[in-house]
Design a protein around this ligand. Structure first.
Ligand SMILES: NC(=O)C1=CN([C@@H]2O[C@H](COP(=O)(O)OP(=O)(O)OC[C@H]3O[C@@H](n4cnc5c(N)ncnc54)[C@H](OP(=O)(O)O)[C@@H]3O)[C@@H](O)[C@H]2O)C=CC1
Ligand SMILES: Cc1cn([C@H]2C[C@H](O)[C@@H](COP(=O)(O)OP(=O)(O)O[C@H]3O[C@@H](C)C(=O)[C@@H](O)[C@H]3O)O2)c(=O)[nH]c1=O
Length: 299
């Protein structure tokens, strides 16, 4: 590891994305964002070049193809961003012993377990997005002995594109919304995920890299709900600020057809993260309230 690992630079890819913006806000000047065009998985030569240029102590890969439905028709581009690109990045990091935190998703699971998934459960992605993210996990772990994969889920924030912002915007325009109530998961604030990542990096900074750190961890907010439950929570908070409260109907998955099949129940069990790093994300509900307050104050 670079000598200045405790206070060294944290290079974050996907610089305009939800997680990268949250990391920069929480981490201060230590966090250096990179993104397109400087860092572009579609131009593989930019990957190692960015690592060489910024000389980070740590890298967080927050760049990904996240358009779940569009990925069904853009398989190669999704693969470059979610699988081959991350593999090349992991190799560049490994060449300099730089620990890499790579972000993955609950959509690597089928959603049929009927209970929260643990890290050792078999994966069975049902979508191109999920399959390319699953392949990315493998590529990263194969390329670097200093890689940590954090599987998170249902990420939202006050910036960027996400379900919470979609619901606030839709609620302002429509008296009635229909939202699936039979898909279960753990909505996770990108701000809370950023705090968790910084805490993990602080721990690695204290102890130095330990071989036992490498591997996959689940990292979502505590508590669980459905997309319907998340929409209700967000819109009730918006209504507290004087926004109109639409009627929200809980519908079945079959009543909201999508090109990519979402998991029915992709809840993740996060005990390993707490056990190894002492890190636990807060409950999703207060985080939704904070995020909606931010969205409304900046509208
Ligand atoms: N959003 C979610 O609900 C969830 C996300 N995750 C994972 O968390 C991580 C962060 O997600 P989030 O912050 O929401 O993502 P966003 O969609 O907000 O941001 C993704 C970023 O990746 C960049 N990007 C996309 N394609 C490429 C490429 N080919 N080369 C370089 N950069 C690229 C985008 O760049 P540009 O701005 O130029 O388009 C964007 O800045 C990702 O790994 C994602 O898979 C996991 C679970 C849930
Ligand atoms: C907009 C909308 C969506 N839905 C449904 C469709 C879908 O089943 C569910 C969620 O819709 P979205 O398309 O917004 O979310 P989706 O893109 O599936 O979100 C996923 O993104 C990727 C990146 C991940 O990694 C996952 O963890 C997850 O967050 O809500 C409604 O029922 N009503 C609506 O008005």
């Amino acid at each position: 590891m670079n000598e200045d690992a405790t206070g060294g630079r944290i290079l974050v890819t996907g610089g305009n994305g939800q997680l990268a913006v949250s990391l920069a806000a929480a981490g201060g000047p230590r966090v250096v964002k990179t993104g397109r065009p400087e860092f572009d998985f579609d131009r593989p030569e930019t990957i190692a070049a960015a690592v060489a240029r910024h000389k980070p102590a740590f890298v967080v890969n927050a760049a990904a193809w996240t358009a779940v439905d569009a990925a069904e028709n853009e398989v190669e581009a999704a693969r470059r961003a979610n699988e081959t690109g991350p593999g090349i990045l992991a190799m560049a990091c490994a060449a300099q012993d730089i620990p890499l935190i790579h972000i993955s998703t609950d959509y690597v699971f089928s959603g049929d377990k009927g209970a929260p998934y643990v890290e050792t459960d078999p994966i069975s992605p049902q979508t191109v997005y999920g399959a390319t993210k699953a392949a990315g996990e493998k590529a990263v772990l194969a390329a670097s002995p200093r890689a940590i994969i954090l599987r998170t889920a249902w990420v939202y924030s006050a910036h960027g594109r996400n379900f919470v912002k979609t619901m606030i915007a839709a609620g302002a325009k429509n008296p009635k919304l229909r939202v699936v109530g039979d898909q279960h998961g753990n909505p996770t604030s990108s701000d809370d995920l950023a705090d968790a990542i910084l805490a993990i990096l602080a721990r690695i900074g204290q102890t130095g890299w330990l071989p036992g750190y490498a591997g996959i961890y689940h990292a979502t907010a505590q508590g669980e709900t459905t997309w319907y439950g998340l929409a209700v929570a967000a819109l009730e908070e918006a209504a507290r600020h004087g926004r109109s409260m639409p009627q929200i109907e809980a519908i079945r998955t079959e009543d909201w057809p999508t090109p990519a099949k979402r998991p029915k129940d992709s809840r993740l069990e996060c005990g390993k993260l707490k056990q190894v790093f002492g890190v636990q994300l807060p409950h999703w509900q207060p985080a939704v309230v904070r995020t909606v307050d931010k969205i409304i104050s900046t509208d």
